[in-house]
Design a protein around this ligand. Structure first.
Ligand SMILES: C[S@@+](CC[C@H](N)C(=O)[O-])C[C@H]1O[C@@H](n2cnc3c(N)ncnc32)[C@H](O)[C@@H]1O
Length: 191
């Protein structure tokens, strides 16, 4: 009971604080072609829409329960009924944007979405899907190629060891023009 109350209080405080990712939008050009890998309840997607007013925003998430060992967080959060609720919420939240074709939802993994997106050039790709090494490495290796010349690939949770290792291994091989970390976000700039 007390723990639930404290959790709710933290949640309330968190929603009142400015998003730690606001700074990203200082260097992403307005009306960009964007993609978010890992959407959850669409909270960061809302921020992209508000701050960037993208020409197009692709939202990639399977909203699927892949079982115990797939996620780095508590499995209960990913039970299919919870995933369904989040998928429905996101569809509802962005109904108008979907109708005017500003937002497109790809209900699939980033691996499955790749063939749908591989001919598009992106200004901004946000990587925040499965946080285990192989998945993060896959997302960065493959989606970085889809950036246009001045594009940015940014990802969340750099504090997590697996994420950090995937990013560092990527940098060793691809040597992007720019790499820095701020507020737990890793920022990779193409050219
Ligand atoms: C940390 S949450 C995303 C949070 C969201 N970016 C935000 O900031 O509001 C991670 C999401 O990644 C999704 N996910 C898991 N594996 C994935 C994959 N292979 N491709 C794309 N999304 C994945 C999960 O379903 C979950 O909704």
């Amino acid at each position: 009971m007390i723990i639930k109350g404290i959790k709710q209080l933290f949640k309330k405080i968190k929603t009142k604080l400015p998003d730690k990712r606001n700074f990203i939008f200082n260097f992403i050009k307005k009306n960009s072609v964007c993609c978010e890998i890992g959407v959850w309840k669409g909270e960061f997607s809302e921020l992209i829409l508000k701050k960037n007013n993208p020409a197009k925003l692709y939202l990639v998430d399977p909203w699927k329960d892949f079982g115990e060992n797939y996620f780095d967080k508590k499995h209960v959060k990913y039970r299919q009924e919870n995933q369904n609720q989040r998928y429905n919420l996101v569809n509802k939240k962005f109904k108008k944007n979907i109708l005017k074709k500003q937002v497109e939802i790809l209900k699939m993994t980033s691996q499955e979405a790749f063939s749908e997106l591989e001919n598009i050039k992106f200004d901004f790709i946000y990587v925040d899907g499965n946080h285990q090494y192989d998945f993060v490495k896959y997302d960065i290796d493959n989606y970085f190629k889809l950036l246009n010349e001045s594009g940015y690939l940014i990802g969340d949770d750099y504090r997590i060891d697996a994420v950090q290792k995937a990013v560092n291994d990527f940098i060793q091989t691809y040597k992007p023009k720019n790499f820095f970390v701020k507020n737990d976000q890793f920022i990779l700039q193409k050219n």
